[in-house]
Write a protein that binds this ligand. Sequence first.
Ligand SMILES: *[C@@H]1O[C@H](CO)[C@@H](O)[C@H](O)[C@H]1NC(C)=O
Ligand SMILES: *[C@@H]1O[C@H](CO)[C@@H](O)[C@H](O)[C@H]1NC(C)=O
Ligand SMILES: *[C@@H]1O[C@H](CO)[C@@H](O)[C@H](O)[C@H]1NC(C)=O
Ligand SMILES: *[C@@H]1O[C@H](CO)[C@@H](O)[C@H](O)[C@H]1NC(C)=O
Ligand SMILES: *[C@@H]1O[C@H](CO)[C@@H](O)[C@H](O)[C@H]1NC(C)=O
Ligand SMILES: *[C@@H]1O[C@H](CO)[C@@H](O)[C@H](O)[C@H]1NC(C)=O
Ligand SMILES: *[C@@H]1O[C@H](CO)[C@@H](O)[C@H](O)[C@H]1NC(C)=O
Ligand SMILES: *[C@@H]1O[C@H](CO)[C@@H](O)[C@H](O)[C@H]1NC(C)=O
Ligand SMILES: *[C@@H]1O[C@H](CO)[C@@H](O)[C@H](O)[C@H]1NC(C)=O
Length: 810
Amino acid sequence: MISILHIITQRLSRTMAFALPHLLCFLVFLQQLPIFTTAQNISLGTSLTAKPGNSSFWASPSGEFAFGFQEIGNHGFLLAIWFNKIAERTIVWSANGNSLVQKGSRVQLTSEGKIMLNDAASGKQTLIADSTANEVAYAAMLDTGNFVLANKNSANLWQSFDHPTNTILPTQTLYQGTTLFAPYTASNYSKGRFMFTLEAGGNLLLYTTHFPLDTANAAYWSSETEGTGFQVVFNQSGSIFLTSRNGSILTVVVNNTVPLPGFYRRTTIDYDGVLRYYIYPKSSNSSEGVWQMAWSTLSFIPSNICVNISYYKGGGACGFNSLCRNDQKPSCQCPNGYVFVDPDDVMRGCKQNFRPQSCDEVPSMEEFYFEEMQNTDWKESEYEKYTPVTEDWCRQACLADCFCALANFRNGDCWLKGMPLRNGRIDPSSGVKALIKIRRDNSTLKLPHSPHSRTKRNSTLLLVGSVLLSSSGFLNFLLVLITYLVVSGTYRRRPNMIQPYTVLPGMNLICFSYEELNKATIGFKEELGRGAFGTVFRGVLVSEKCVAVKRLNNMVKESELEFKAELSAIGRTNHRNLVQLLGFCNEGQHRILVYEFMSNGSLASFLFGKSRPNWYRRKEIALGTARGLLYLHEECSNQIIHCDIKPQNILLDDSFTARISDFGLAKLLKTDQTRTTTGIRGTKGYVAPEWFKNMPITTKVDVYSYGILLLEIIFCRKYFEAEAENEQQMILADWAYDCYAEKKLQLLLENDDEAMHDIDKMEKYVMIALWCIQEDPSLRPTAKKLALMLEGTLQVSVPPDPSSFTSSIV
Ligand SMILES: *[C@@H]1O[C@H](CO)[C@@H](O)[C@H](O)[C@H]1NC(C)=O
Ligand SMILES: *[C@@H]1O[C@H](CO)[C@@H](O)[C@H](O)[C@H]1NC(C)=O
Ligand SMILES: *[C@@H]1O[C@H](CO)[C@@H](O)[C@H](O)[C@H]1NC(C)=O
Ligand SMILES: *[C@@H]1O[C@H](CO)[C@@H](O)[C@H](O)[C@H]1NC(C)=O
Ligand SMILES: *[C@@H]1O[C@H](CO)[C@@H](O)[C@H](O)[C@H]1NC(C)=O
Ligand SMILES: *[C@@H]1O[C@H](CO)[C@@H](O)[C@H](O)[C@H]1NC(C)=O
Ligand SMILES: *[C@@H]1O[C@H](CO)[C@@H](O)[C@H](O)[C@H]1NC(C)=O
Ligand SMILES: *[C@@H]1O[C@H](CO)[C@@H](O)[C@H](O)[C@H]1NC(C)=O
Ligand SMILES: *[C@@H]1O[C@H](CO)[C@@H](O)[C@H](O)[C@H]1NC(C)=O
């Protein structure tokens, strides 16, 4: 044998030396040739030894099936039966899925006719098969895939077909009381979480198990043949049916639609709990046409495992807290805010990727938000149901309840659900919305902070900042930052000083070269928008991160200062409702700012686009914008007045969180800031009246603009519409006040059912907006008050008529 091999190899290598890959394949093939190619009767006393390379097996006469050892990764060896003529060597039966054996282990047909497995590592002996009648003459691997112990008359005394693991084959029959177990994963053959069983009572069922026990938990498919089911037959031509005792067919489990003989077939309960009927062409060009050399699924049950499993015990199809989605195959994913317990074993479920709500903390929308997912339901997980309520009520109920992990809502029904969540599924037919409660910021602990120390820090910085900024040079910017670093560093060492936001993110700014940005934007090609001071382009950095690149116009002499003002102001801000500055370029005449890219565009296109956006999302955006303003006005190191709040300057990120952008007009606040030093800034319609009067410009100009913006958010209408039905309706602020005063706000809400259902909240928002647009700046709320009112922490009183000035603007 060896010498023949040698000659063949030599000849091959002389004539086909160039075809190395083929040669290698050929050699591998030769090596894999089993020792018992035409293995027939296995006589008593014969044994096989587990060794690397999958070459220890007894093959059936045709060579299509083999019994022996298969190496499972580097975990050990499985005693198994498999399809031996296909590349996958798919396992159809196994003896020791729960305890693999190590290299050197042996399986033996003993002289008494028993199949024994000896583990080389532990020395443990396991009985795999025997016969009570003490007359085994030989064993054989048959061409059907059945491994048998037979007597001298070739009668089967024991057969693997009577002890199926997870697969049945043509000619195999399942009797009452037989159970197939799904493997744990695709490559782990220990008993998993699902089973397929023909119960003694006659029902054929798919069950989840009480893993790690193998007892039945909940059925998710049934033949409904209690009392009549007798046998499951997988017949020669490939159909599977359940018969009664007298042989009549009760249920066709699989009606074979590819009746031709040129295919391997099997029915397997897979690790995902689906029972699948597979075929595999014996050759790639059968008379049926050209087939892919792989297992194809012809049919499967249940039709949608994600939906069909629904029981109050157990982890369902994907484990606790997870979501099951069924397209072609079931797949598991985690809801937003959650991650897999074990990414290598996704069916173990998901866990919260944030600090869970404690029942001692007073929750607020400041700390938690709700992620919305349409058609997403967790069945059998509710501990409370409220009806009829509004969605807003439902959110508040979940927020206030420390046991609530999420709420499901549909048509006035609100279900509160707690840990662990069961049977999560994405099902387009359900119409149920999930509101998942997620902690906004995992890291910051909410502790009371002293307003006194903050004020002190601000004034120190203001002083340093304004002195430095009034001199020239780009270095000043760095100086400010360094000073800030030193100052805040000193403060950090004080034990009672709490920093609610990351200190000094501004130091992370990247300095780009013009060439880099030219490349990132492909020569400043894709324009995203134009602002007062520059044009914004889409770009992709080398790291594949998407960015918005704002090229500032070649401006008059103010531009240098403008640029630094913007850099120093933005560089130090960091808040989830602001667009983050990533870097800049200051090369020759090129002044460029690089921002993170906001995938959902501007609030303007969101509000005034084709379809009316969701009311809850709009409320979140209103609140987010107010929080961003609050940060700019009161919480960042130097107070920043935006001066140009309008929907074009509010951008939306992946999760539709509002992010204030464009600080191009923002100025560091100087104590005596007035119109004379600044000139009118802002956009018609959103501009506060004090710009036109000889009055100081304060943060209240932003509050004014915000009021107009809020009205636009509530009504999805522009502040001014020339084509309105009548003159009275042209100016949104006037119309809104009139409707409010006459208690006819619903007139403004044509077809907005969501907002109509939430009319109290809507009216409150209108009142807040009316307070914001008061002519007298001192009547307008501060950003802090604004946020508190929107959150519902602060009562809103009846606003006076703000109307006297609006007509003078438009
Ligand atoms: C043995 O067979 C298994 C399954 O068919 C395969 O994953 C493994 O890589 C094979 N091992 C070797 C050494 O060929
Ligand atoms: C296997 O053994 C049985 C009984 O001894 C015998 O009848 C049969 O011919 C044998 N088969 C082969 C292929 O040797
Ligand atoms: C297979 O899964 C079981 C159950 O989780 C585990 O105990 C066992 O170690 C796994 N086996 C292998 C070979 O990974
Ligand atoms: C297998 O079952 C199907 C469906 O009952 C039947 O049509 C077919 O004739 C059977 N084939 C054999 C070989 O018994
Ligand atoms: C076979 O049994 C089934 C159910 O047990 C019964 O409905 C059917 O009539 C029986 N058929 C014959 C031929 O006895
Ligand atoms: C099985 O399929 C064939 C052809 O597709 C059809 O004629 C037959 O009625 C089916 N049998 C059953 C029991 O569904
Ligand atoms: C398959 O292909 C081989 C050669 O490539 C040919 O000899 C054989 O007839 C083909 N078989 C069928 C069923 O077409
Ligand atoms: C399984 O789910 C499918 C799809 O939703 C449904 O049509 C079928 O009735 C369900 N079956 C069971 C047994 O629940
Ligand atoms: C949040 O904190 C927990 C520990 O409390 C940690 O396991 C988790 O990874 C954190 N999540 C994020 C997003 O940082």
